[in-house]
Design a protein around this ligand. Structure first.
Ligand code: ATP
Length: 199
C-alpha cells in the first residue's frame, strides 16, 4: 500500500488547505519545534479512524479543529483526506486509487467518505483493517518510541514484538494460568497430607 496524498484543512495548526504528496520511498517532514510536524501524523491517524482524543494529543475530539490564532479566526470544521494507491488491490475495493475523508464540525456532526461516497466510520475502519493500515496496527510510531526500541534490552525488544503481534495477551493469560495451577498443586498436597492423617 502506498500513500499518495494527504490533504489537511482546518485540522489543528493547518488552517488553509495543505496537501502533502508522498513519492515512493522515504518522506521526511522537517521544521522547527512546534511548527506542526506531529500534527501531520495526527491528521493521518485521524483520517484512518483514530477515535481517541488523547492519541491525538488533545483533551476532546473538537480540539483537532483549528482553534484560531491572533491573526486568524477559528474555523468551524476540520477536514482531512487521504489518497491511497490501490493498484496492488491491497484494499478490498474495486478502485486503483482510494480516497478516504473525514470531516468534523464544531457543532458536533461528523462526515466520512470513500471515493466521494458518504459512508460510516466503520466502513473506513473495515476497508483498512486487513491492509496493515488499520488503526490497531502499529504503523504509526510516535516520538520517543523509536528511541525506546533502539535502547531496549533484548527482553524488552521481545516484549514490543510480542505486543505488536498480539502474543502478549496470551503470554499474560498463560502466566496467570500457571500461577493458578501452582496454587492448586499446593492445595492438592495439603489435601493428600490431610487424608493420610485421617486414615
Ligand atoms: P515538536 O517537534 O516539538 O513535536 P511539531 O512541529 O511536531 O513540534 P506539533 O506538536 O505538531 O509541532 O504542533 C503544535 C502546534 O500546533 C502548536 O503551535 C499548537 O498551538 C498548534 N495547534 C495544535 N492544535 C491546534 C488547533 N486546534 N488550532 C490551532 N493550532 C493548533
Amino acid at each position: 500500500v502506498h500513500l499518495k496524498t494527504l490533504t489537511i484543512r482546518g485540522f489543528k495548526s493547518f488552517a488553509s488547505a495543505t496537501t502533502f504528496e508522498f513519492e515512493p520511498g522515504v518522506t521526511a517532514v522537517v521544521g522547527p519545534n512546534g511548527s506542526g510536524k506531529s500534527n501531520v501524523v495526527d491528521a493521518l491517524a485521524w483520517v484512518m479512524g483514530e477515535q481517541g482524543a488523547k492519541q491525538l494529543r488533545g483533551g476532546k475530539m473538537e480540539d483537532v479543529i483549528f482553534a484560531g490564532t491572533t491573526a486568524r479566526a477559528p474555523l468551524g470544521r476540520a477536514h482531512v483526506a487521504l489518497t491511497i494507491d490501490n493498484s496492488d488491490n491491497a484494499l478490498p475495493i474495486e478502485y486503483s486509487e482510494v480516497t478516504i475523508s473525514r470531516t468534523l464540525f464544531r457543532t458536533g456532526g461528523s462526515e466520512y467518505s470513500i471515493n466521494g461516497n458518504a459512508c460510516r466510520l466503520l466502513d473506513i475502519q473495515e476497508l483498512l483493517s486487513d491492509s496493515g493500515l488499520g488503526r490497531e496496527m502499529h504503523v504509526i510510531v510516535g516520538q520517543g518510541q523509536l528511541d525506546r526500541v533502539l535502547h531496549a534490552t533484548p527482553e524488552e525488544r521481545r516484549g514490543f514484538i510480542e505486543e505488536a503481534s498480539g502474543i502478549l495477551k496470551h503470554r499474560r493469560r498463560r502466566e496467570k494460568a500457571v500461577r493458578k495451577l501452582d496454587a492448586m498443586q499446593t492445595n492438592l498436597h495439603r489435601v493428600e497430607d490431610l487424608t493420610k492423617e485421617i486414615r
